[in-house]
Ligand binder design. Sequence first.
Ligand code: CA
Length: 220
Amino acid sequence: MRLLLVEDDAMIGEAIRAGLKRDGFTVDWVRTAAAAAPALATEPYELLLLDLGLPGSDGLSFLKSLRARGTPLPVLIITARDAVADRVAGLDAGADDYLVKPFDLEELAARIRALLRRKAGRPAPHLEHLGLMLDPATHRVTRDGAEVALSPREFALLELLLERPGAILSRAQLEERLYGFGEEIESNAIEVHVHGLRRKLGADYILTVRGVGYRVRPAP
Ligand code: CA
């Protein structure tokens, strides 16, 4: 799951990026609203983490401009502004959640997962399909109850396919959802991860739709 972080504080930004990466998220980090706008226009982010006190256009104005344009992206405000009036203003400007600094990275990750569930219209915290269960919180995958050990990229790819079983994702769509700015992608990276998943889950769990992309096998 690829997220955009807008945060001007170098230490906080690095801590959030590193912490969320350990939790399996791909995080692109920019320092200003001016840098966030073009990134949002071109990359398929699942969620925006937005600081309020930013140089130039402040976070609240940026959020209002996004909502005025009809951007549906879930937005989680992360800020030191802890007054009730600030929280109310943030939520009423279109934020989906609001977390006051300093916060625990575990709580941030859990709130992100909750927002992504809501975005996907999925009430359960686990993803389940044809005997396979994937838990985004613990990064465990089981098949018919037996643990399956996946690499972080394999896990992230499987999570994308399981979010909407039946939907076909192209290689390009998978690449841009799995890899952030500046990350090297081997030209056959997605094929390699799919191959790894087939080896571990069985050859017929992920189907190739020739010339289009990949999907999980539909329920009978
Ligand atoms: Ca700030």
